[in-house]
Design a protein around this ligand. Structure first.
Ligand SMILES: Nc1ncnc2c1ncn2[C@@H]1O[C@H](COP(=O)(O)OP(=O)(O)OP(=O)(O)O)[C@@H](O)[C@H]1O
Ligand SMILES: [Mg+2]
Length: 253
C-alpha cells in the first residue's frame, strides 16, 4: 500500500527526516512512537504532500504509483486520508458542509446520513452547523477529524495523535470507529485498508489493535517490532534505551 525509500525531507531549509524507510502492506496498521520534535508529524505531512515539506532525496509509492511529486489533492483522490494533530479552524465552512464534501456530495443540506455519522461520534446537529473546528474543544476537534474521515472512508489513513486530549470514554468511542475504518473487525485475509497512527500515550492501542510499531529518533525509524514489545520497552526504558535494546535483540537499525 505504502512504500517509502531513503526519504530525506527539509522544512524551511532544515533537514527533519533523514534516509527513512517504511513499508505498510494492505491490511496492516502501524504505530509510530517517538519523542517530541523527532519528525513524526513531518513524515505524515510529507506522505500527504503538503507544499512546505520538500523531498530532497528518496521516493514515496502509494498503491504502486510513485507519488513523490504528486499534489495533495491527487494523493487524496488515490485514497489517502489524514486526521491532523492540529487541524486549522476554517471560518465560513460548516462542519456539515465539510462532511458532505468528504462524501463527494454536492448538496447543501445536511441529510439524515450525515446526522447519523455524527451521532455515532457523539457530535450533535449544532456542531454540524458550526464553522469547522472554530471554538471546538481539544476532544471535539479530534472527533470532528474522525467524522470527516468516516465520511471520506480512505483506503490508507494516517492518524496524528487521535487520543491526545480525549477523555477516556471518547477514546474508547474513537478507537472503535478507527478499528472499523481500518477493517480491524474483519478477518486478517479480508482487510483491505491500512493505517499509520502516531500516539504518545498508547491508550488508543487498548481499543485499536495494530500489527507493527516503530520508534522514530531524529528523523529516522530507529527500531521496529510488535506493538506490545515496543510500547513495553519504551514505557520501561525510554526511547533512546529502547532503541539500543531493540537493535541488539532484533537487529533492525
Ligand atoms: N515550518 C517549520 N519551520 C521550522 N521548523 C519546523 C517547521 N515544521 C516543523 N519544524 C521542526 O521540525 C521538527 C519536527 O517537528 P514535528 O512536528 O514533525 O515533530 P513531532 O515528532 O510530530 O513532535 P510532537 O510529538 O511534539 O508532535 C521540530 O523541531 C519542529 O520545530
Ligand atoms: Mg507531531
Amino acid at each position: 500500500m505504502l512504500e517509502i525509500k531513503d526519504l530525506t525531507v527539509e522544512v524551511e531549509g532544515k533537514e527533519i527526516i533523514r534516509d527513512l524507510n517504511l513499508n505498510i502492506e494492505e491490511g496492516e496498521v502501524h504505530v509510530l512512537l517517538g519523542p517530541n520534535g523527532c519528525g513524526k508529524t513531518t513524515l505524515l505531512m510529507t506522505i500527504l504532500g503538503l507544499p512546505n515539506y520538500k523531498v530532497k532525496k528518496g521516493r514515496i509509492a502509494f498503491k504502486g504509483v510513485d507519488i513523490t511529486s504528486l499534489p495533495t489533492n491527487k494523493r487524496v483522490k488515490l485514497g489517502m486520508g489524514m486526521s491532523f494533530q492540529h487541524p486549522p479552524e476554517i471560518r465560513g465552512i460548516k462542519l456539515g458542509d465539510m462532511v458532505n464534501i468528504a462524501r463527494g456530495r454536492k448538496e447543501e443540506e445536511i441529510d439524515e446520513d450525515v446526522i447519523e455519522l455524527a451521532r455515532r461520534l457523539n457530535i450533535s446537529v449544532d456542531f454540524l452547523n458550526r464553522d469547522v473546528n472554530l471554538g471546538f474543544s481539544g476532544g471535539e476537534v479530534k472527533r470532528s477529524e474522525i467524522l470527516q474521515l468516516l465520511a471520506q472512508s480512505p483506503d490508507f489513513i494516517m492518524f496524528d495523535e487521535p487520543d491526545s486530549g480525549v477523555d477516556i470514554e471518547n477514546i474508547e468511542l474513537i478507537g472503535g470507529i478507527m478499528s472499523e475504518l481500518l477493517d480491524r473487525n474483519k478477518m486478517p485475509s479480508k482487510r483491505k485498508k491500512a493505517g499509520l497512527i502516531i500516539t504518545h500515550s498508547g491508550f488508543i492501542m487498548r481499543y485499536m489493535k495494530a500489527d507493527r510499531a516503530h520508534v522514530m529518533l531524529e528523523g529516522r525509524i530507529a527500531c521496529s517490532g510488535t506493538p506490545d514489545e515496543i510500547t513495553k520497552n519504551v514505557m520501561e526504558n525510554g526511547f533512546e534505551k529502547c532503541v539500543e535494546l531493540c537493535s541488539k535483540e532484533v537487529g533492525t537499525v
